[in-house]
Design a protein around this ligand. Structure first.
Ligand code: F6R
Length: 263
């Protein structure tokens, strides 16, 4: 696991945009895994800038979303499909038809089949090349709340009260408006991506970043499962890095890394 400590989220976003540009140069049809929430916003701003300046094209890329709320009316502005349409599709040349989200439109009892189809669609696309991740204050990745199986696949999950409170800011501050249910890629699904890039900003994430990077692998901290993956980059700003015991070593490693290696 590589830990990169940056001065500002924008510096981290530049590293991720560079990795995506390298991927686009390498592969005809790169597959991106997109997260939502506040954390990836600097990356999406940077991708938008790079595309408008002609430095990057996502026209040949496809994307799979990590998760989606269940029970929101179609087109709800907080639905993750709408967030990605607004923040990525509308601002880059990524095609809307190339963006895939868990299908939550049917009856709840149809969801297991829709979830299995989603995992199949990821496999049929050749798997995710680069998966962006944020981390919840309780350690969730995607919406795999503490206790989630480390081998789980895409499925229906129930959000904790803490996550609904954290996400109330996207629902006019009302935790009751945040759906109880979501469909999320499982931890096993996420771990199948070829490169995982987890981002965290601010001191509110410092404790969970320390637990996921330096604590034991445990279903109680779902993000700690990243320690099992062969290519993980954790990019944090100084406040989010403030509880890391080995911060000095991570800084030294990054400072001496040859530039050609990228992340
Ligand atoms: C979003 C997602 C979640 C968020 C996490 C952190 O697609 O899968 O795991 O990454 O809840 O949210 P923010 O970034 O808003 O702190």
């Amino acid at each position: 696991m590589e830990v990169v400590i940056v001065d500002r989220p924008g510096d981290g976003a530049a590293l991720v945009a560079g990795a995506i540009a390298a991927l686009v140069a390498l592969r005809d049809a790169p597959v991106l895994g997109l997260a939502t929430g506040g954390t990836p916003q600097p990356v999406y701003d940077r991708l938008a800038d790079d595309c408008s300046a002609g430095r990057l094209s996502l026209a040949g890329a496809s994307a799979f979303l990590l998760d989606e709320y269940v029970g929101l009316p179609a087109g709800h502005p907080a639905s993750y499909r709408q967030v990605i349409e607004r923040e990525v599709v509308a601002r880059t040349d990524l095609r809307s038809e190339a963006v895939h989200a868990p299908d939550v439109a049917g009856e709840e009892r149809e969801l297991p089949a829709a979830c299995a189809r989603y995992d199949d669609a990821i496999d049929a696309a050749g798997g995710v090349d680069l998966q962006l991740l944020g981390v919840g204050s309780d350690g969730h990745i995607g919406f795999n709340e503490p206790g989630s199986s480390l081998g789980s696949r895409t499925r229906l999950k129930t959000l904790t009260a803490r996550t609904r409170a954290d996400n109330a800011r996207f629902f006019d501050g009302d935790p009751e408006a945040v759906p109880h249910h979501v469909v999320t890629q499982g931890i096993g699904t996420i771990l199948a991506a070829r490169h995982l890039v987890l981002l965290a900003w601010g001191d509110g994430k410092a404790e969970i970043v320390a637990r996921l990077v330096e604590g034991p692998v445990s279903a109680s901290v779902p993000a700690s499962a990243l320690q099992l993956h062969h290519h993980v980059t954790v990019i944090v700003d100084e406040p989010a890095a403030s509880r890391l015991e080995r911060a000095g070593y991570y800084r030294e490693t990054w400072a001496s890394k040859p530039a050609w290696q990228g992340i």
